[in-house]
Design a protein around this ligand. Structure first.
Ligand code: NAI
Length: 333
């Protein structure tokens, strides 16, 4: 029996994500919480002929608590998305408080659940959840994940496009490490499972790297004020959730990049800090998943000089983003 919960379930990401979780045969119960429209979304999804029993909840009558009771996995896409010209950091003002309040609900009702944070800025919202959990004495770094899968999905697709074979996209894997915003997104294209064409020019490599880093902007611009990536994000979120659930069920050897607290597994976390050359608390790297969450944090491996440069550029921004999330809870009542 697995209960999955989506917080922000009526939104642009929340609805298709809830659909994909309803379609996942591992999910037997699906709780949907939002400040609007969840009864309708739940009624609609409940007619789909898959095992999950679906319930929708709103804030009155302890809706958040009811949604979270018995949760094994909680996915959070609640909050406002970007409009053209905005960075993910511009969302902090609104989304930080939303994530803090939802994290408080999880800490008090489902402290053992796996928590998957989609709400931006992920580099700061994951530390916010961790700090709230610490305040409640229930923080377990093995169970908290920032969802960076969309960057991984984009890298696979864009590399397949460069190779002129979109049918290869599902089998292309590129580790994307660092964080989830602009220059903190570091695609390790030299480690692509399907190598780039030999003699791939450095200006093309730079353009491909930038496309992965700023792929979200393509969607924000095309949507022209109507939001950011929702459908591709729902796909990516459901992919990552499915990996967490398969590992929970005992499947071995599942590895996926995610933004985690580097104490999640001490030895490999410390080794990664050494590789990065900095005492960062959080970083996105390929994670081996198991029934209790993080089993180990994989090393970055050999970086090219270009990738080393990307890492150096990412570190100061990551430090600032992490500190912003941590001090938000330090400062909030
Ligand atoms: P949206 O505006 O369509 O949906 C957000 C939903 O959150 C709305 O239904 C809203 O009612 C709900 N909400 C607001 N406050 C809430 C609260 N206190 N409790 C529960 N629900 C609440 O936005 P969209 O497009 O679904 O994006 C959601 C978030 O995901 C944004 O922060 C966006 O930046 C982020 N995002 C993250 C990505 C990633 O790769 N991690 C990719 C794309 C978006």
């Amino acid at each position: 029996m697995v209960k999955a919960v989506v917080l922000g379930a009526a939104g642009g990401i929340g609805q298709p994500l809830a659909l994909l979780l309803k379609a996942n045969p591992l999910v037997t119960e699906l709780g949907l919480f939002d400040i609007v429209n969840t009864p309708g979304v739940a009624a609609d999804l409940s007619h789909i002929s898959t095992p999950a029993k679906v319930e929708g909840y709103l804030p009155p009558d302890d809706g958040l608590k009811k949604a979270l009771t018995g949760a094994d996995i909680v996915v959070i896409p609640a909050g406002v998305p970007r409009k053209p010209g905005m960075t993910r950091d511009d969302l902090f003002k609104i989304n930080a408080g939303i994530v803090r309040d939802l994290a408080t609900g999880i800490a008090t009702t489902a402290p053992k659940a796996f928590v998957l944070v989609i709400s931006n800025p992920v580099n700061s919202t994951v530390p916010i959840v961790a700090e709230v959990f610490k305040k409640h004495g229930v923080f377990d770094a093995k169970r908290l994940f920032g969802v960076t899968t969309l960057d991984v999905v984009r890298a696979s697709t864009f590399v397949a496009e460069v190779l002129g074979d979109l049918s290869a996209a599902p089998s292309v894997t590129v580790p994307v490490v660092g964080g989830h915003s602009g220059v903190t997104i570091i695609p390790l294209l030299s480690q692509s499972s399907k190598p780039l064409p030999s003699g791939f020019a450095s200006d093309k490599l730079e353009a491909l790297t930038k496309r992965v880093q700023f792929g979200g902007d393509e969607v924000v611009k095309a949507k022209d004020g109507a939001g950011s990536a929702t459908l591709s994000m729902a796909y990516a979120g459901a992919e990552f959730a499915s990996k967490v659930l398969r590992a929970l069920k005992g499947e071995k050897g599942i590895v996926a990049p995610s933004y985690v607290h580097l104490s999640a597994e001490k030895a490999s976390g410390d080794a990664l800090k050494k590789e990065i050359g900095k005492e960062l608390e959080y970083f996105s790297a390929p994670i081996e998943l198991g029934p209790e969450g993080v089993v180990s944090i994989r090393p970055l491996g050999t970086l090219t000089d270009y990738e080393k440069g990307l890492l150096s550029a990412a570190i100061p921004e990551l430090e600032t983003n992490i500190e912003k999330g941590v001090s938000f809870i330090g400062n909030s009542k």
